[in-house]
Write a protein that binds this ligand. Structure first.
Ligand SMILES: Nc1nc2c(c(=O)[nH]1)N[C@H]1C(S)=C(S)[C@@H](COP(=O)(O)O)O[C@H]1N2
Ligand SMILES: [Mo]
Length: 208
């Protein structure tokens, strides 16, 4: 029988080290042990092994490229231990996600020096924007597993962004691309008034 314990490197997201559960709960958030499902629109049907599924890293880079899902799954992965905070006031502590570090994926495309922001692109046109520096911290991954199981379609499977230090709307489900940019622009929720940055500790919920 094979050993099921993970031998992957484990990264602890720094906000999980703030102390007690209370200390780890940002202002005006309520803890839940369930994992709510939240998104705009229908859960897309995605076959990541179909010939047209590709993950694209593009935009203001020297070397844009695409990966098949099999190529992505073959890359070195890490486990990230993190807390999740949704702007609708629920937080869930102690999650373990597995995936490929976003920093590795982005560095491979050789961002031009003017690149300072990213736009994440998902199925059905969903987007979310972030400062480049926020998506290359060591606890950011493109995740395909949660607690050792492949992510369910409801939670963004086959692949989602994970940016644990910011509100969860910055963690794009069903992600298909990361675009490097010189300037910031509002993504899907940001166009309806959500914050451009989204730090839960500063309650950057709305307005920009
Ligand atoms: N593609 C896509 N990703 C998305 C969203 C969405 O509407 N579409 N909503 C975001 C919001 S507001 C939250 S709180 C989280 C919820 O993730 P969960 O359903 O896995 O809890 O997904 C984020 N990612
Ligand atoms: Mo959210």
């Amino acid at each position: 029988m094979s050993e099921s314990r993970s031998t992957r490197p484990q990264i602890i997201s720094p906000d999980t080290l703030r102390g007690s559960a209370d200390d780890r709960t940002p202002p005006e958030q309520v803890l839940t042990s369930k994992w709510p499902v939240l998104h705009h629109g229908k859960v897309p049907t995605v076959d990541p092994y179909s010939p047209d599924w590709r993950l694209k890293i593009f935009g203001l880079v020297e070397a844009p490229y695409e990966l098949t899902y099999a190529e992505l799954r073959a890359m070195p992965a890490i486990d990230v231990v993190c807390d999740m905070h949704c702007v609708t006031h629920w937080s869930r502590l102690n999650n373990v996600f597995t995936g490929v570090p976003t920093r590795t994926l982005i560095e491979r495309a050789k961002p031009r020096p003017e690149s300072r922001f990213v736009m994440c692109h998902s199925e059905a046109g969903f987007t979310t924007n972030l400062p480049l520096q926020e998506i290359v911290t060591e606890d950011c991954i493109l995740a395909y597993q949660w607690e050792g199981q492949d992510l369910s379609p409801e939670h963004g499977g086959p692949l989602r962004g994970l940016v644990p230090r910011l509100y969860l709307w910055k963690s794009a489900k069903w992600i298909r691309g990361i675009e490097l940019r010189a300037t910031d622009a509002p993504g899907f929720w940001e166009q309806s008034g959500y914050h451009m940055h989204g730090d839960p500790w500063k309650e950057e919920r709305f307005g920009w």
